[in-house]
Ligand binder design. Structure first.
Ligand code: GCB
Length: 666
């Protein structure tokens, strides 16, 4: 609630009139035992004991375009059907709303966007635990059910939940009205940061005119970007599962830690199925299991399962059967004989940094992949299975073995696909554009930490995720950045000791203050593009020099996390000029020999920027978006795609020989 007041004041300069009202709702709810926001790291998936009700589809929608963006609160829009307080339009959920608007002012709107839909809870949910799950609302969300506030959440791209069991119990099948207000305002202390600039010169701008500025070059898409669902389960339920894995010779080790919420369990059963679906260890969890009342837990919520003849999880190019997944089956029984069954897919594998090497299952890995965006025509950043599947298929056609979720956490379905396909993922926190001293204050740090916890909590069971990237291109030369990142990096290590941590840097090696705390040094560099524009002949010399300088100073593995050039599909020129397809090729070609040289020593990854052209804020440096994609925004290839494919397929073939364990190969 405090952040709501703060955001609100920042945008409007006044305290929200509706605040007292909403606070009294919070007290009311607390008395009812409802309303505490809970976050589970588990996806909202159904099972024989869980029912998932999807609330996707067309919702009623309105932008609050009032001068102070405050009409929605002044007039308490959440208390009545949205259509009774003004005009509404149909808005698909999930989707960003921006590109569904017809005027630039509405597309670039900053402030509260109001959503509403009605639903009738299924009878099967009435007396059960019911959790309302939002996979992502950007950036700040307030949620009401039948006019009562049930959740607030700060930060896009990550899930949040509200326990609505009591409301559903009292509603007894009556239709309910779900209202969401989403605010896309970014301030110096949000993650990512931004700022609202008021244009006070009334000879040039109308009174109260303001714009939002950001220090990143992707469009700040907003709204209910990912699915909304209600998970109905037993009152006592599996809230979370953490799985960590290891192996020795042919035996795999699966350590599990199950969090149970909503009451006390009488028994817990944990079993393991192999990638072929055969039960291989632990308890048999059968769909018709009857929970008999008992007062003794038969198993602990923590434990170790040993897996003989383990099939390890491998990425593409390192094994003929990449992406093998085991399934942990968990069944818990409550006192009343109710049961909750959850299944979690995971892979058995290890990741380590040893000296200048990155090891997966104790074998050296070299990442050849891409940076990308969740970005598509009309949908913006909205979850869309078609776009997601197409992008996964483009990655696979290219022969890529890795991608980074630049510059925010991606939909979990994307990580599920990477798990199955054997693609390595660098999972990135949405901390991009931290470039001024006021982006490193106490509040930024708190929100960064909160976001990091939510991210790691959500993604830590994905075998594809092999590294955490805590930020992109922060001002790592500032003194304040050093203590800030020392703390964020320590927190990432504390939360997950099984994966290396990186921050993607772009300040010079001599002025940077952050790389010293990292496990892997990641750098972005645009030689031939932002540096010495039009001079690709300098790339080899400059790139080699820069990469070696980072390694010489820190003795950690290095990844070139971004490099590339822009091209407009169909623009040709010989000799090449910037933005022609030929120049795009030339810039890439100049990098490859340096990669091949440096990977013998310390380079553990090359990540081209970007898979697909993407939308950006408007500006003189961008011609209808960023054109560094290998594919156009409608996913058709430029010449550069074929060049990268040649290289990546060759890299895959080269590593397809029998694997030599790292310790023997050196
Ligand atoms: C970068 C940023 C990325 C931009 C890219 C560019 O360094 O990390 O977000 O899109 O440069 O094309 O300017």
């Amino acid at each position: 609630m405090a952040s709501f007041v703060w955001l609100f004041k920042l945008l409007t300069g006044v305290s929200p009139v509706s605040l007292l009202m909403t606070q009294s709702y919070v007290c009311f709810f607390t008395l009812l035992g409802v309303g505490a926001a809970v976050v589970s790291g588990l996806q909202p998936l159904g099972s024989e004991s869980r029912q998932v009700l999807q609330l996707d589809g067309l919702w009623s929608f309105r932008l609050d375009s009032s001068p102070d963006r405050n009409d929605g609160f002044k007039q308490t829009w959440y208390k009545r059907p949205l259509s009774e307080t003004g005009p509404v339009m149909d808005m698909p959920v999930p989707s960003s709303y921006n590109d569904l608007m017809q005027t630039p002012t509405d597309r670039d709107f900053v402030g509260w966007a109001w959503y509403e839909r009605r639903f009738r809870p299924p009878i099967a949910c009435h007396a059960r635990r019911a959790r309302l799950h939002f996979a992502s609302v950007h950036y700040y969300a307030i949620v009401w059910l039948d006019g009562l506030e049930i959740a607030t959440h700060e930060g896009g791209h990550l899930p949040f939940e509200a326990d609505i069991s009591s409301i559903l119990f009292q509603a007894k099948g009556r239709e309910l009205r779900l209202t969401v207000a989403a605010n896309n305002t970014l301030t110096p202390n949000t993650i990512p940061p931004g700022r609202i600039i008021y244009m006070n010169d009334t000879s040039q701008y109308p009174p109260g005119y303001f714009v939002q500025e950001v220090d990143f070059d992707f469009f700040n898409y907003a709204g209910i970007d990912r699915p909304v669902s209600i998970i109905c389960s037993s009152q006592v339920y599996v809230e979370d599962i953490l799985v960590t894995t290891n192996f020795s010779a042919s035996v795999g080790f699966v350590f599990y830690n199950i969090s149970i919420a909503g009451g006390t369990v009488t028994s817990i059963f944990v079993g393991l199925r192999d990638p072929k679906g055969r039960h291989v260890a632990g308890d048999a969890v059968l769909p018709d299991h009857i929970c008999l009342p008992s007062f003794h837990s038969t198993l602990s919520p923590h434990g170790l399962i040993k897996v003989p003849n383990v099939s390890l999880w491998w990425p593409v190019g390192m094994n003929t059967t990449p992406g093998l997944l085991y399934t942990l089956e968990v069944l818990v029984c409550g006192f009343d004989g109710e049961k909750d069954v959850v299944r979690l897919q995971f892979g058995i594998r290890t990741v380590r940094v040893v000296g200048s090497r990155l090891l997966l299952n104790d074998h050296e890995i070299y990442l050849h992949g891409l940076g990308r965006h969740e970005d598509a025509d009309l949908r913006g950043r909205g979850y869309d299975a078609v776009t997601m599947a197409k992008d996964a298929s483009l990655l696979s056609w290219l022969g890529a073995n890795a991608f980074r979720t630049s510059h925010y956490p991606y939909a979990e379905q994307t990580l599920d696909m990477a798990d199955r396909q054997g693609i390595l993922v660098i999972s990135e926190a949405p901390a991009v554009g931290l470039v001024t001293v006021d982006n490193f204050g106490k509040r930024s740090l708190e929100q960064h930490m909160t976001t990091l916890r939510e991210l790691i909590n959500r993604d830590r069971n994905h075998p594809s995720v092999i590294m955490w990237s805590l930020a992109n291109e922060p001002a790592s030369n500032l003194q304040v950045a050093e203590s800030y990142f020392r703390q964020v990096i320590a927190e990432a290590h504390r939360l997950d000791g099984t994966r290396p941590v990186t921050v993607v840097l772009n300040k010079g090696v001599s002025v940077d203050r952050v790389a010293q705390y990292l496990d892997v040094v990641s750098v972005n560099a645009y030689f031939g593009w932002y540096h010495d524009s039009g001079h690709p002949e300098l790339i080899g010399r400059q790139l080699g020099h820069m990469l070696s300088a980072w390694y010489t100073k820190h003795h950690h593995p290095v990844i070139l996390m971004e490099y590339g050039a822009g091209s407009v599909a169909g623009l040709h020129s010989l000799p090449s000029v910037m933005f022609s397809e030929e120049y795009h090729l030339e810039v890439m070609r100049q990098h490859f020999p340096v990669f091949d040289e440096k990977r013998k020593d310390f380079l553990v990854g090359e990540m081209l920027w970007n898979l697909v052209d993407f939308n950006t804020p408007q500006g003189v440096k961008r011609m209808a978006g960023n054109r560094k994609g290998l594919f156009t925004r409608n996913r058709q290839p430029k010449m550069a795609a074929f060049l990268l494919r040649d290289r990546y397929v060759r890299l895959n073939n080269a590593s397809a020989h029998p694997l030599i364990p790292w310790c023997l190969g050196n």
